[in-house]
Design a protein around this ligand. Structure first.
Ligand code: COA
Length: 703
């Protein structure tokens, strides 16, 4: 038994590698991997393994792992599934560190048990598994290409982690076509053992890797991934492409929070919270990676657009708004900088427009001024093909500029025109210059850079404990469990809110008519009356709710009507009494929820509440625990925010009180993981300083 874990460094920097199932048949994967390893110039020890022995591609073939002269760092296993476990046992005898299992036929086709057994056996023998169901691993370190992907890999600074095999191989090919250099490629397939988090641990410290690109289909161990992503994005950009925007998870969910929380929306918001850039498509992801791996960092947020066309300038300004790129608006400075170089008929307001009449010389002068000026932090350079500014001129000027200013500050280009312009774009891109025919692609790259920059410079938020009565919370939940229920009754949910320090409307449970009248008078009219019975969940349907009761007579009538309705609805229902509560004043109705997400653990949700929540879907999510700044960013991400700020002369609402409830509701799930869902809808928010009230609270326990 050897339970120690090998250092992940040796997966990227192996000193020796074996190919179990190496074949002399050039059509077999076992040949292609060996061929790629040798062709990549791996100078360390390579050991093909095949019972037939002999020689393949000039390497001596060993009949078994047991025959090797040393313990290897990586054994690439490429034998059919039925022989894989035997091959793993042989690797254990060799004291191999990492198994890169190419073979398919495990959990992806329902063969979970064998996959789990392989992982357990490997861990017991000090080995770790990459895969199975993968195409291998490439690292620029030695370099080594132990994949059956493309033979030629451009060496560079982007690390690619991919869950999809075929798409991963295709992306390797596309990076080569796009001139994007790779520092590492790891196919993770079924993620039976090694997952993204393990690999990120190495890549965030790896000096060759400047940008990390992940293609993800599903998340395992989400909380660990969140921790490492937060660390990673403080050091280098992480871009993610995720497939599967399915609503399946949402359909299975039990509460509003659940049905609003389409797995994909949660994924997007959690990635944003971690500082990860989510690309919508492979092209967008690769564009960002190329730009981010080549550009310098901005030193501030002032961006200037230089253009020879008004229309394209306006498009770029729109794109800046979409991608959160801040256009410099210091008119005085821009006038001082650009007036001497922009022709009189042009514009020195951002976008700086030399117009279609401007010459190449005007164009270059404006760009040079923008690149030189210390208050301008980034530049978007636009060009429309004209007779004055032709493709040749534009190409030459970009080359000149990038030669003189390469790396001094972030710059993206977008050129629009005919065939010659497209040729120039291709040529310039091959020289590592970020030129695009689409303005949104160009600005999107800058937006990605600013998102990352903002995340880097934002200090990490300290998460504070909030005073809560933990014992009472756990006690209530225990009682519910003992009662064999997976939902809390209204009074239990209110008791839990009280223990968590969340304000609820005043209420009391009356078990007879006299108490109902007395409590109504103590609380003050108007009041609301609701039946309390664990046998009646849908109170309104049962005629168990009466609103706006203004005096004693109305309370008496309502009490009697509710009792009769309840008996009629369910004759044997056990009735605990009626709840008398204050009739809540009007305010802004919000929804706050929390749930145990299958992938990420406790998640909190905020949005516009009321009866139309599911239609509006104006909600945002974060992985809990969060601090106040994150809670505020969550609120700001919804359309409810302007309402809370006060519209049409309305007072600002109690945003502080709202944030406090978001933090507390997340903490309840941390304190008590057996709560699966909490939903407050509505949480009524009053004017600033007047607080909030959790009017309706539903709490479910995991089944
Ligand atoms: N040790 C060493 N070599 C062994 C062996 C063992 N225990 N058992 C078999 N071999 C040899 C075979 O003799 C053969 O060599 P040969 O060509 O000299 O006869 C070689 O290993 C390969 O075995 P073979 O039975 O020919 O398998 P294969 O090459 O047709 O297929 C896989 C093997 C792993 C490629 C196949 O089972 C598979 O899983 N394919 C899917 C891979 C995939 O798509 N992965 C995901 C990508 S994203």
């Amino acid at each position: 038994m050897n339970n120690s874990k090998p250092d992940i460094k040796h997966l990227f920097e192996p000193r020796s590698v074996a190919v179990v199932g190496a074949s002399s048949n050039p059509d077999k994967i076992g040949f292609k991997i060996l061929d790629n390893i040798i062709s990549s110039g791996f100078t360390e020890h390579v050991y093909p393994i095949n019972p037939k022995g002999g020689e393949i591609l000039g390497c001596k073939v060993y009949p078994s792992m047991e025959d090797l002269p040393e313990a290897v760092d990586i054994a690439t296993i490429v034998v059919p599934a039925k022989y894989t476990f035997d091959a793993i046992r042989d690797c254990a005898k060799n004291k191999t560190q990492f198994l890169s299992i190419i073979t398919s036929g495990f959990s992806e086709i329902g063969n979970l048990k064998e996959e789990r057994d392989m992982v357990r056996f490997s861990h017991e023998n000090g080995m770790r598994i990459l895969g199975p169901n993968i195409f291998g691993v490439y690292s620029c370190k030695h370099p080594i290409n132990a994949t059956f992907g493309p033979k030629e890999v451009e060496r560079g600074h982007v690390a690619l982690l991919t869950q999809s095999g075929a798409l991963g191989i295709a992306m390797m090919g596309k990076t080569k076509a796009e001139n994007i250099g790779l520092s590492a490629v790891v196919s993770i397939g079924n993620k039976a053992d090694i997952d993204e988090a393990d690999l990120l641990e190495y890549l965030i410290k790896d000096e060759d890797t400047k940008v990390i690109l992940m293609y993800i289909e599903g998340i395992k161990h989400g909380q660990r991934l969140i921790r490492i992503l937060k660390e990673a994005t403080k050091l280098k950009p992480v871009v993610v492409i995720k497939s599967g925007r399915s609503k399946r998870g949402a359909l299975a969910a039990a509460s509003h929070t659940g049905s609003l929380a389409g797995a994909d929306e949660i994924f997007s918001d959690v990635m944003k919270q971690c500082g990860v850039l989510r690309a919508e498509s492979i092209d967008e992801g690769l564009n960002w990676c190329k730009f981010l791996s080549e550009t310098s960092s901005p030193s501030g947020k002032n961006c200037v657009i230089v253009t020879n066309g008004g229309g394209i300038g306006v498009l770029a300004a729109d794109a800046c708004e979409k991608h959160n790129v801040n256009l410099m608006d210091d008119l005085q400075t821009m006038k001082e900088v650009f007036s001497p170089v922009v022709p009189d008929f042009g514009s020195v307001k951002n976008p700086i427009d030399i117009t279609g009449q401007g010459t190449l010389e005007d164009y270059e002068k404006s760009l040079f001024e923008a690149l030189k000026h210390k208050e301008i932090d980034s530049v978007i350079c636009l060009g429309c093909q004209t007779a004055v500014l032709n493709a040749k001129g534009l190409k030459e000027s970009v080359l000149k500029i990038s030669e003189e200013y390469k790396g001094s500050k972030p710059i993206v280009y977008s050129y629009v025109g005919g065939e010659e312009i497209e040729d120039s774009i291709r040529y310039l891109r091959s020289k590592g210059i970020s030129v695009f025919s689409d303005v949104y692609d160009a600005v999107g790259c800058l937006g990605a850079l600013y998102f990352h920059y903002q995340n880097m410079i934002t200090p990490r938020e300290e998460i504070k404990e909030l005073p809560m009565d933990r014992q009472t919370i756990l006690g209530i939940v225990d009682r519910v469990k003992q009662d064999g229920r997976t939902f809390l009754l209204a009074n239990e949910a209110q008791e839990l809110m009280n223990a968590a320090g969340i304000t609820i409307p005043q209420s009391k449970i009356a078990t007879n008519l006299d108490d109902a009248v007395r409590f109504s008078e103590e609380i003050g009219y108007p009041v609301v009356m609701k039946i309390v019975s664990k046998d009646i969940i849908h109170k309104s349907d049962a005629g168990g709710v009466a609103l706006d009761l203004e005096n004693k007579d109305e309370v008496v009538d309502a009490y009697q009507a509710i009792m009769i309705n309840a008996r009629r609805y369910k004759a044997d229902a056990k009735i605990q009494g009626v709840e008398i509560s204050e009739m809540v004043k009007k305010g802004i109705e919000t929804i706050i929820g929390a749930r145990q997400d299958e992938a990420f653990g406790p998640i909190v949700m905020f949005g516009l509440g009321g009866i139309y929540v599911e239609v509006m879907k104006d909600v945002s999510f974060r992985a809990s625990p969060i601090g106040k700044t994150q809670a505020l960013s969550m609120v700001k991400n919804t359309k409810a925010y302007p309402l809370l700020l006060g519209v049409r002369g309305d007072e600002q609402k109690d945003i502080e009180g709202t944030l406090d409830v978001i933090l507390r509701i997340g903490l309840i799930l941390d304190i008590c993981p057996s709560i699966s869902d909490i939903e407050i809808n509505p949480l009524v928010v009053y004017d600033e300083g007047q607080g909030v009230k959790a009017v309706d609270v539903r709490i479910l326990l995991s089944k």
